[in-house]
Design a protein around this ligand. Structure first.
Ligand code: ZN
Length: 378
């Protein structure tokens, strides 16, 4: 068994359902301390965070990730115990196998090899791991970044070990993510008897044409790096349950995933303009889960692409698709952020798994990134 596989299995045995860390960061912190990293636990509330740094100089190359996992879901739908790693035909099963305990293990063993061989590397090597990426993401990476910013500590390059590959390892790296803007809309009507509609005001009927327009709206074209902005309704509810009552209000939850072509203000204005034009009486509460970010081609994208080419033998596609990631908290500090990790086909599903060979290859790719950016003889 390779060291990366052994560490992955150790982490998988810890049922670290968000925001629980279950000792993962103690294990990782211990390994990095043995290499000479300065270990800092920046825990906030129920959330465990690790900031560890090797070296004092700049530039700072940081690897980021999370120890928490989403719940396993119905146990009887799993073929194996989700918190007992099982290896079948070169595939390792368990909750967090792909998202992202194998990634964490690959980072740690890559650092062990790199620092072991190159203890006097230039700049600094760091990790930022949290147990709150799958949850509210309030006391995790966001708080650690605030702490670092408050003392003037900067990350120059950040590699996030999230599972970014689509079909095969290294086919995709993420160089940014879309923004996410959620809305809680309440359409106000007047409740009444369904046989006396002239004495009521039906919020479902009021909203329907506006919804049709919101869904049909072409928000933008996207750009070279981003797909077009999309509007979705996730929840809609109205009605008292009685078949003879016109409901008094309608509640809708909406979400916009948007590109760097948009701003929050522009999107809000356009949504409200549509609602107003349809003469709807409403209240809207907005929540911004993340702003879009993009790392244009540069030192970090070049190093990651070259590492993938040399260790995996593939030319990765640059993508910004998928959900948000903790990169959204790191990028605004001015850091270049690139995400590279294992295949994401089974993440958050039952029977989550990862190809064992990929875990070792990924670790070699991370090690190569460290060499390209921090080796003395650069
Ligand atoms: Zn993840």
């Amino acid at each position: 068994m390779t060291p990366t596989l052994a560490l992955t299995e150790d982490l998988l045995r810890r049922p670290s359902v968000s925001p629980e860390d279950h000792g993962c960061l103690d294990v990782i912190g211990g390994r990095l301390a043995a290499l000479g990293f300065r270990i800092e636990r920046l825990d906030f509330g129920p959330v465990s965070n690790l900031w560890a740094r090797h070296g004092d100089a700049t530039p700072v190359l940081c690897f980021a990730g999370h120890t928490d996992v989403v719940p396993a879901g119905p146990r009887d739908e799993w073929s194996t115990d989700p918190f007992e790693p099982v290896l079948v035909d070169g595939v390792l099963y368990g909750r967090g196998a792909a998202d992202m305990k194998s990634g964490l293990a690959a980072i740690v063993t890559a650092m062990e090899r790199f620092v072991g061989r190159c203890p006097g590397h230039r700049g600094s090597l760091a990790v930022l791991f949290t147990s709150d990426e799958e949850g509210p993401s309030v006391e995790g990476t966001k708080k650690v970044i605030e702490t670092l910013e408050s003392r003037g500590e900067k990350i120059d390059w950040c590699v996030v070990g999230e599972p970014t590959s689509r079909a095969v390892l290294g086919d995709t790296i993420k160089v940014g993510r879309r923004g996410s803007l959620s809305g809680r809309l309440t359409v106000h009507g007047v409740q009444g008897h369904i046989a006396y509609p002239h004495l009521a005001d039906n919020p479902v009927h009021r909203f329907a044409p506006a919804l049709a327009e919101l869904v049909a709206t072409h928000w933008d074209e996207g750009n070279q790096y981003f797909q077009p902005t999309s509007f979705q309704v996730s929840n809609i509810a109205a009605g008292t349950g009685a078949p003879n009552v016109i409901p008094g209000d309608l509640k809708v939850r909406t979400n916009l995933r948007f590109s760097t072509e948009q701003t929050v203000e522009k999107l809000q204005r356009r949504v409200l303009e549509i609602l107003d034009r349809h003469g709807i009486d409403y209240t809207m509460e907005w929540h911004i889960s993340g702003l879009p970010f993009l790392t244009p081609p540069g030192e970090l994208t070049e190093a990651v692409e070259r590492a993938v080419r040399e260790t995996i033998g593939r030319v990765p596609e640059y993508s910004t698709t998928g959900g948000t990631s903790d990169g959204r908290f790191i990028a605004p500090t001015g850091a270049q952020v690139v995400e590279l990790g294992v295949v994401n086909a089974t993440i958050h599903k039952v029977n989550e798994c990862v190809r064992v060979a990929d875990v070792d290859t990924l670790s070699r790719a991370y090690e190569r990134v460290m060499e390209l950016l921090l080796a003395e003889d650069r």
